[in-house]
Design a binder for this molecule. Sequence first.
Ligand code: WTA
Length: 663
Amino acid sequence: MNEAIEVYETEQRTFAPPPEFVSRALVADRSLYDEAAVDPEAFWARQARELLTWHRDFDQVLEWDLPFAKWFLGGQLNVSFNCLDRHVEAGRGDKVAYHWEGEPGDTRTITYADLLDEVSRFANVLKGLGLERGDRIAIYMPMIPELPVAMLACTRIGVAHSVIFGGFSPDAISDRCNDASAKLIITADAGYRRGEPAPLKHNVDAAFSSCETVERVIVVNRCDTAPEMIEGRDLWWNELMADAYGECPAEPLDSEQLLYLLYTSGTTAKPKGIMHTTGGYLTQIAFTHKYVFDLHPEDDVYWCAADIGWVTGHSYIVYGPLTNGCTSVMYEGTPDTPRAELRDGDRATWPKDRLWDIVERYGVTQLYTAPTAIRTFMKWGHQEPDRHDLSSLRVLGTVGEPINPEAWMWYHTYIGGSTSPIVDTWWQTETGGHIITPLPGVTTTKPGSGCHAIPGVAVEVVDDDGNVVEEGGGYLTIAGPWPGMLRGIWGDPERYQETYWSQYPGRYFAGDGARIDEDGYLWLLGRVDDVMNVSGHRISTTEVESALVDHDAVAEAAVVGAADETTGQAIIGYVILMGASEASDELREEVRQHVATKLGPIARPKAVFLVPDLPKTRSGKIMRRLLRDVAEGRDLGDTTTLADSSVVDAIRAGAEAAASDED
Ligand code: WTA
């Protein structure tokens, strides 16, 4: 923590919103903050009524029975109605909802009327399969338009979805399906990644025998890879849609109706099913999507370049933008893969300007991406964006991990033309939407700082004893409920209470360290628990450890996240082999690969070190700090609490030998 604080302390630059921006901005003064400070509940009630359409108005804004919150009680609404019907009914059916672009370069233009039609038909398909309000289904799909269609169809009839990121493995699919008792999986044969179809149906097939409650699989044909279809179980999306009726009324649902589950890593091996409900969630993301991106829905072309498999995509590709009736870009593939017609010669020589090509062709006005992506673009060089006219961009966003000032400056200079405000948004799967961020027409930003809490949310930094820190470092907490907050962990209310509300009683503990500077600006310092952040993805050390020990040759394992220039943190595994197993490079590679198979490629350790022993305290606790120091090549400092200090030398020797041939 101290090191991060020192780096940030040297960062003194400030960037006020440019006057041209301010003159057109939705908000250019502190009025929203002032209003919310007086009466946060009244503030959120006004947002809920202004931004959303309710079938029935609510009678009570908040019921707070710590740690359980209910927002907008008595109110009824429907998410897909808010995202679709009301725009079409207002005569905006021809407005483009998504400019979708596939990785090969194929495109689809989907209007709000098109989307309403598809969503209604798919909702009828779900009903035809017997799904009812309160049921859960799993979605495991590439970034194709059918993904938001499937999600919105669920919301139309009160079915909760659990979207599983397409990079996850069969085990991750079955674990999530079993935890939620999902009845159905919606998938695709494959999706395009790096120029090739990446198979998905295949993983669903591998997971299926362990899925206790899933009855059917619906398959979109995206890549023509002709997957095996199991008679009576697997159904083609297209065939179902061709027969489906095109009208399906949006059901009025209670404000607290379960909207979705999204699994995220905690400090144990078992991911948590984070629960989000309807009215409060939609209010907060509609509000933040509108004001944080200074949305002018009449003429903006907004692009969040995340994957819908993560919360960023749920809130800021699907629900926020559609509720606000804006036009978005949605892109299937990776930034280093050009359109098929531009792929000449060897992969290594392909241009790496796909994102900038898309920004220019669609005239993107807001771009929302992650620091890890920005650092990768820096590595590729500014000649890539320089080939394109990026002058349409007005607001740049970042999310997922702390952004280092250098990456912030690069984004500002080469993508933002030194004028577009940058909104560094801190939030979590649990918070539903933005919690800490600048407002682009209001806030003077500092590179690397998330700046301030949004209006109506009480963020506070506290010390070890839970005392509020006015200036200096500590732990990030939220001192009370907010509309988009998680309502619990699926099936485990005790874990919900224990994980988030017990460390500092009465406060939500986010798991992040933070520093508040002399001007009251917040600086996020990364996780203070055993959760790693790899390319903006949350992965728990224990999850990777249990995947490692799952390998037959592994007796014991310890995992740490070591600082990495591009990915923020990299996963490093230390492994003790079973007595009978012989250490070899092949085995090391096999163990690494085993994690990818168990959890998915994003969790594959960057390096696995085979070590004779692990550094432990006398009480038997693994000293991760030491392992992190070894991985980062640092001086080890105080090792006196170690049970056996010779262990460290042996590990260091092993790590050095292995590092020489690490990939
Ligand atoms: C980290 C992603 C610093 C943080 C929306 C948090 C950030 C975790 C930022 C949540 C940011 C996210 N600055 N750190 N702007 N945004 N984080 O649930 O550690 O995938 O706890 O949600 O990412 O990750 P999650």
